[in-house]
Design a binder for this molecule. Structure first.
Ligand code: A2P
Length: 331
């Protein structure tokens, strides 16, 4: 069996570290790794599957060593400059930034939902936004059976999604040192702003959820609105998703539809207060759904509470799963 060479760009970040952990757990046919970050991290040593690897400064020559795949988690500017170089050197790039996501020739992929799109790549495959990824599993399950008509997203997003500096702000409970990431304290607060504001009054994060959902589900005209909020939770995003359906449903069938979808776990028993929670989703690769109830304000509607580890399923694990499926396809 072929052994693969993998480059990890942004290896020192929260997502990059998680990528290394997930790769170690999954035991794929990997011969060696190359770890890359900014010059300030060069020389840092990480161990993967018992072997030590030294972080190198990312340069235009970084991809000259015959890597098969490069997983990028180093932001949009780095992806914009270096992903095309990696592709030109023969790598398949899986990029976690938003830079390529809406490009027509770049597939945007959640493996359980639209893996087939990944097979039509031209060198770059985009990993969707963390808050989009977890919503896709229950929405795809419902769309296949009942056809989704309209979606209302309200998110409760963890601080880890904003990177290392954001976690530092969460620990700043007395406000005694200057904030590094957020415009206001996140400790003991909720910020109804994730990313910058657009001309239409939505944030970029909200518009990402709207556009990415349409692209992944292949429903360019789907009616969607979103409010995304940063909450003082360290890790794992929670989302309230209100869905209007074209077809009528029996609740029992709908629950079965959700439960049967790959990597979607139904936690839905109000009699024992069983519902998804961030503290239980941490460290897991599945998406959890619960609080499933009929929305009586429309003819066929349902409310869902959806939780997942935003660093794992929302970023690192999703990227590794894409790579794993491509590897299995080539072997
Ligand atoms: P570094 O740690 O050397 O700054 P996070 O989102 O958790 O802050 O992580 C961002 C990741 O992207 C880090 O690994 C960071 O490396 C890396 N990164 C940021 N800018 C660059 C760049 N210009 N070139 C290479 N890696 C970068």
């Amino acid at each position: 069996m072929k052994q693969f060479k993998i480059a990890i760009v942004g290896a020192t970040g929260l997502v990059g570290r998680s990528v290394m952990k997930v790769l170690e757990e999954r035991q794929l046919p990997i011969e060696s790794y190359g770890l890359f970050a900014s010059p300030k991290s060069a020389g840092t040593v990480f161990s993967i599957s018992g072997k030590s690897y030294t972080v190198e400064e990312l340069t235009e020559n970084s991809f000259d060593r015959g890597f098969d795949f490069a997983i990028f988690s180093a932001g949009g500017e780095t992806a914009k400059k270096y992903a095309p170089i990696a592709v030109a050197k023969g790598c398949i790039v899986i990029d976690n930034s938003s830079y390529f996501r809406m490009h027509d020739d770049v597939p945007l992929v959640v493996p359980e939902v639209n893996f087939e799109d990944a097979l039509h790549h031209h060198g770059i495959i985009a990993n969707p936004n963390c808050s989009t990824i977890q919503a896709m599993l229950p929405l795809k399950a419902l769309d296949d059976k009942y056809h989704i008509k309209r979606v209302v997203y309200s998110t409760y997003q963890a601080v880890s999604g904003a990177g290392k500096d954001a976690l530092y702000d969460l620990e700043n409970i007395h406000g005694s040192v200057p904030l590094k990431k957020f415009p206001y304290p996140i400790y003991n607060n909720c910020l109804p702003q994730i990313d910058v504001f657009m001309d239409n009054g939505y944030t970029k994060e909200e518009m990402k959820m709207i556009h990415e959902t349409r692209k992944i589900l292949h429903k360019p005209d789907l009616k969607i609105t979103a409010t995304t909020v940063r909450v003082p939770v360290k890790n794992s995003h929670s989302e309230s998703i209100n869905v209007e359906l074209e077809k009528n449903f029996e609740m029992e069938d709908l629950l079965y539809t959700l439960k049967s979808f790959p990597n979607l776990v139904l936690q839905n028993d109000t009699s024992s207060s069983l519902y998804p929670m961030a503290i239980h989703a941490n460290g897991r690769d599945e998406v959890f759904v619960g609080r499933v109830r009929r929305d009586d304000s429309v003819s066929s509607g349902v409310n869902l509470w959806v939780v997942a580890d935003n660093i794992r399923k929302g970023a690192a694990s999703n990227a590794v799963q894409i790579m794993e499926r491509l590897i299995n396809n080539q072997c």
